[in-house]
Structures are given as C-alpha cells and as structure tokens.
Design a protein around this ligand. Structure first.
Ligand code: MSP
Length: 680
C-alpha cells in the first residue's frame, strides 16, 4: 500500500448562510474531518478548512426579507455553521468567513492577478441567472419553462454590464491538464462529465455584477461586485493566510502555512457536493492557471443525502438538522451511519430507522457487546481487572487466524481510506469486529474460566483486548469520542496523533500487560422499544413499533425517510404491527445448494430451520453466489410464505437478501447463531 507522506490540505465547500445548516452540509464536513484524522494517524501533517460563503444576491435578498443589513444578517447566520463543527466532533484548522477583511483582500488580489494576465475584459452579459445557485445558465441548459436543471426553479433573465474572464482561452489547457492528472476528479464517472463539458468548448465567464451591492467591490470599478463564486473559491487561498483557530500542530506563521499546505509541497483535496463540481473542476483550475498558482491535487465530488430520493434542502422543506440526532444517539453514531450506509460518490436516502438499526446492530450488538463481554464479564472477574501477560509466540490456530485477519483488515481499510472510500474501509473493519466476536464464541472464555484453564483464558482475553485496541485506532477517524471511551475501558489514553509517527496498527501485541481495565458505561446503551419509539417520535417519525428494529437498509418506503406530507398520507400506506407479526422470519442454515436445471438464476437450497427435516427453498441467487459459497451459511428465511412452484419444483419459503451496485448479499446474523431462532 502506498501512503502519501506530504502534508494534506483538506477543504469542505463553504456554506451559504441563507439558512440554517442541515445534515447535507454536515456530510461534507464529516468526510473532510475523517480524512484529516486518518491522515494524522498516518503521521501526516493535515489541515482542514471549512467556513461560510456570505456574499451574493441570494444573501442580500434574504437579509432584505429579514429587514436586516446583509452584514447583520450574516453575523446572525454564520455562528450555527461554526457550532455545527463542534457538534459533529470536527476540528477544522480554520473556519473562514468570506466577509473577513483578510479574505476580501485575497479575493481582490486574485482578481488583480487575472487582470495582470490579461484575462479580464469588460462586456455586457445577457442571459439566465439562478439566484439560488448563484449560477449562469445558457438557454440550452434550461428545462422547459426556463427552469434550472438542478433546482427545477425558475431562473431570471439578466442584462447588465459585466467583467468577463477569458475562460474560453483555457479549454485546451484544461483538457491537457486532465489528461496528465487522471485522478484529478473523483469519482471517474463525474470526471468524464467534466471533460465532456469542457470538450464542448468553454465560453467566457461573467465575473462581476452591478444589479446588487453585497459582494467584494472590484478594485478598479467599485460599481461592480465580484461574482460570488470567484470570491468564494478564493477562500481556499486566503484561509492559509489567516490566524489558526485550532491548537493543532501546524505552522503558526501564515506564510509558512501557504508554503506547507499548497501544492506541489502538499496534497490539496477539495471535498465538494456533485452539484458544485463544475466550479471546482473547471472554473477554479482556470482561475489558478491564469494566476500562475499550482492547481489542487484532487476534487472529490460526493453524492447527495436525499429524503425519498429528493435532495435534502431547506427550500424543499425536507431538511434534517444534525443537532437533535447528535443529542439523542450521539454524534459518532451519526458519523458512523452516514459513512457506513452511503457510498461516498452516490446519493443516499437518509432514514432515522436505518440509523437506529445501525446503532443497535453493528454498534451495540457488534462493537459495544464485544467490549462489554470481554472487559466487564470476563477480564474484570477472571484476570484481576488487568490486561493479562501472555506469551505472544505460542498461539493456538484460532489466535493465529485472528491476527492474520486483523492485519489484512488494517491493510485493506488503510488502502480504502487512501482511496477516499470510507464505506469500504468500514466494511473491512467490521470484518474484524465480527471475527473477534466469533473468536469469543469459539474460544468460550467463560468456559475456560469455569474449567480453571487460566493460561488459555489469559491468552484469549489478551487477543480480544488487542483486537479492540486495533479497532480503536482504525475507527478513530470515524468515531473519535467513542474510540477514546473504548480505549479508556481497556486501559489506554485518548488518541493523540503525532507528526511523522504512524499510529495505524500493524504490529500485534502493542497492548501492554498489566494495564488496569476500567469498565465504564456501555458504548451504545440499548434503547428498549418504548424508548426507541419515543426517539423516533422526537425525530418527527411516526412508525409502527417494530419498524426500527428490523430495517437495516434505508429504503424509499421507510417511514422515517418520509417528508411531512408523506407522513400524513392515508394510514393504509403502512402495515399494522399485527400484520408484521404474521410474517414468520427465522434463521435457517443452508445444508446444500445446487443449480436448478435450465435456470441461470435459481438455486435449489435445502435449509435447516429447527429440528424437522430441512426444507426446499428456491432462491434467485445463482448469478451472485456459487452454490458451494452458500453451504453452511445461516441466513434469514420467511418461513410461512405460501409454497409455490418454480421450474417444476416447490419452494417452501424465501431467503432474504439485499442488492446494491456490487450485487446481492444474503442477510446473515453478525455472529454464529442457531438455526430456527426467530428474527424480530
Ligand atoms: N457556497 C457554495 C459553495 C462554495 S465553495 C467555494 C455552496 N453552498 S451550499 O451551502 O449551497 O452547499 C454547500 C455544500 O453542501 C455543497 O457541496 C452541496 O453539495 C452540499 N449539500 C447541500 N445539500 C446537500 C445534501 N442534501 N446532501 C449532500 N450534500 C449537500 O454551494
């Protein structure tokens, strides 16, 4: 695996302050913070920037609506965005506001450099403008009725004198740059769209406005204010010349920060939403080329958080603020859920029920339970409450297997994070959570204690604690506070990354024997059904009692993902709890599997449910699984589905599976469980 050792400069978009922050904004900030923390764990110097975009027509109009001056308005609206960082456990090196005097100076300086290059000229702009996006559109790009293709809202016709940037001069230079930097935009599919847009030929860009006042005045002609996107993009430069707002290790002097964190000395990565990719991947590089400033390393365009497939936004009325969720279940749970359920480049439907399912499932039953069962239930009682001393050289086969798996997981998850694929990293890390739980099941330390097998018991406890230590490192970028709480329970200090020192786990056995264990509160205390219902009510989600426990994937039918109007839909859109109870879901073990002749999809499975003979179930898994991969798997079965014939064979039930873009996956419990158990 190759780890970049250069300093890392990570940016989020700066957020418009026309409204309060919601979890769509939180998403970019969390991604940047987690990548920063990961880099720090690898010993890299990392600087994260976020902030607010406070100029432009949209803000001016909102201020007028509120009967405030624009400055009063932005002074009132910016603090919740700053506070959001704290709520989200994000630690930016600087929080920039585009109304900061220093930023305005830098925006003007950038303008000046474009002028000196001969890339700015005066003209007249006549065309379409979307105030909500602060974006110009050509007639061709609009939807019928002169609607913006993104917001589907009417755009305005404008005609005014304007300065233009000679963007058209940069078509070839940009294409050549893209050619030389094949990873400049991620994901690749989005890069292709960008290239296509540029290949079609770029038109000069209007970069000043005269019909409103709220912006950076143009130095040579204050009648004009700078186009808000040129002003906003300059923030990435001006922020390096601002006093640091955090005490993290970083050069104190502004000039040193520019030298340290700007390419080519550093890796500069912009995290943006897919809707603002063009500004970052086309206009921004062109401005920088014109100003003879080195270009960013990468622009990473993530997808949108949606509610029932619609982009979450204040104007659609379907927005969800982060604070109530963080208060109710904890910030780290929100961070984990967003990173685990949604692949970074794709859109993902937000669902409170899916969040709670992750809480109880992966986090509570998986990680929390692992910690609890080994520290409180075993080590405190049978190992004198300390990390036991063991001989690391004499291992049983299951120990060796666990260590090998942990090492593979550490390598793979690091690679996924290098590739900005947090979801894949978590999938890999969870292999270790599950494997360690399985290891506890197999080695049965409670039995070892009963039998007085002290040496083996110590060995088992040590390996589980060491696995937890590894997990506390790998999961720290995602859940910093929970990981520190976990570390405390296994006798360790909170994590403090150190420059030039990689703390990413690679050597098994780092946990020092004798450390006093400190069992504490459950990391993810269980909510009973009533508490959970109360929580969902608090989130404004009206759900049937069982819904939250059973749903693990956000779906467009998930009641929690519904907008207010949809929640008010006729009641028969939901099933009653009793209806749900009529479905008999049980675990079943697949005893044998074979293809059904003449079908390319159907497999004939013999599934053991309880003590009776296995029953025959036909499942359409043949394109995603080889029959032998399924034998021995414990899966979830709908047992009381009316039998039906397929390809001449009777199927006596249904296997539950879920599909994403990588294919089908059958639903199995996280740890070894007996066939016949009821799923509820
Ligand atoms: N001010 C500009 C960015 C200037 S950067 C130099 C802007 N602001 S915004 O507040 O409208 O959006 C900021 C970011 O939040 C964008 O990346 C946008 O994609 C993201 N999101 C806003 N709603 C979102 C979701 N529902 N889901 C995910 N991200 C979303 O554009």
């Amino acid at each position: 695996m190759s780890v970049d050792t250069r300093p890392l400069y990570l940016t989020t978009p700066i957020y418009y302050v026309n409204d309060r922050p919601h979890i769509g904004h939180a998403y970019s900030t969390i991604v940047a913070d987690l990548l920063k923390r990961y880099a720090q764990l690898q010993g890299r110097l990392a600087f994260m920037l976020t902030g607010t975009d406070e100029h432009g027509q949209k803000i001016e109009r909102r201020a007028t609506e509120e009967q405030l001056s624009p400055q009063e308005f932005v002074d009132r609206m910016a603090p919740p965005f700053r506070d959001m960082c704290t709520v989200l456990h994000c630690q930016p090196g600087h929080f920039i506001r585009t109304t900061d005097a220093r930023h305005i100076m830098h925006a003007k300086r950038l303008w000046q450099r474009l002028v000196e290059r001969g890339d700015i000229y005066m003209g007249e702009y006549e065309g379409w403008y979307s105030v909500s996006e602060e974006m110009f559109y050509t007639e061709k790009e609009l939807l019928e009725g002169n609607l913006s293709p993104v917001t589907k809202k009417p755009v305005e016709k404008v005609r005014e004198s304007s300065y233009f940037f000679r963007l058209s001069n940069y078509t070839d230079t940009l294409l050549a740059f893209y050619e030389e930097h094949p990873d400049f935009v991620q994901p690749q599919g989005r890069f292709n769209e960008v290239k296509q847009f540029v290949r079609e030929g770029l038109r000069d860009l209007s970069i000043s406005r005269t019909t409103f006042r709220w912006g950076v005045p143009i130095p040579e002609n204050p009648e004009h204010v700078m186009y808000v996107w040129l002003d906003a993009l300059a923030n990435y430069l001006s922020a390096l010349d601002a006093p640091a707002t955090s005490s993290e290790a970083q050069p104190a002097e502004a000039s040193a920060r520019m030298n340290c964190f700007w390419p080519p000395h550093a890796e500069l990565k912009h995290i943006v939403g897919k809707d603002i990719l063009r500004f970052h991947a086309v206009y921004w590089p062109a401005f920088l080329m014109s100003a003879a400033i080195p270009l960013p390393t990468q622009v990473w365009a993530h997808g949108w958080l949606t509610v029932n497939g619609e982009k979450m936004s204040k104007s659609s009325g379907n927005f969800i603020p982060p604070e109530p969720i963080c208060e109710a279940v904890g910030t780290d749970v929100l961070r984990y859920y967003l990173m685990r359920d949604i692949a970074l480049g794709q859109d993902g439907d937000f669902s409170h029920s899916a969040l709670l399912a992750r809480y109880h499932g992966d986090l509570g039953n998986g990680l929390g339970n692992l910690l609890n069962r080994i520290v409180s239930s075993i080590a405190m009682r049978h190992c004198e409450g300390k990390v036991p001393a063991i001989d690391l050289e004499t291992n049983a086969q299951e120990d060796t297997d666990l260590v090998a798996l942990a090492k593979r997981v550490a390598r793979q998850s690091a690679q996924h994070l290098e590739d900005t694929a947090p979801q894949k990293a978590l999938d890999a890390i969870w292999e270790l959570v599950s494997a360690t739980n399985r290891y506890v099941d197999q080695t049965a330390p409670w039995k070892l204690a009963k039998e007085g097998a002290a040496a083996r018991l110590n060995q088992v406890v040590y390996h589980v604690l060491e696995s937890l230590r590894w997990l506390s490192l790998m999961l720290w970028p995602f859940m910093p506070q929970k990981c520190d709480a976990l570390r405390q329970q296994i006798g360790l200090q909170p994590l403090m990354p150190v420059e030039l020192l990689s703390l990413w786990p690679s050597v098994w056995g780092g946990l020092r024997a004798g450390l006093p264990l400190q069992p504490g509160e459950a990391l993810f205390p269980r909510f009973d059904e009533t508490q959970e219902r109360a929580l969902l009510e608090r989130f404004g989600v009206h759900t049937s009692p069982a819904a939250a426990h059973t749903s693990t994937q956000p779906t467009s039918k998930d009641p929690s993902a519904m907008t207010k109007t949809q929640q008010d839909a006729p009641k028969d859109a939901f099933i009653a709890f009793d209806d749900f109870c009529r479905v008999d879901l049980r675990l079943g073990r697949i005893e044998s599997a074979e293809p059904v002749p003449k079908s390319d999809k159907l497999l004939r499975l013999m599934v053991q449910l309880q003590d009776d003979a296995p029953r025959q179930i036909l499942a359409g898994l043949g394109q995603d699984y080889q029959p032998e991969q399924l034998v021995g798997r414990v899966v979830t079965v709908v047992t009381n589905l009316k039998p039906r014939k397929m390809m001449g064979l009777e199927s006596q039930g249904m296997i539950l599976a879920v599909r994403d873009n990588e294919g089908l996956s059958v639903l199995s419990p996280e740890r070894t469980m007996a066939p016949g158990l009821k799923v509820s």
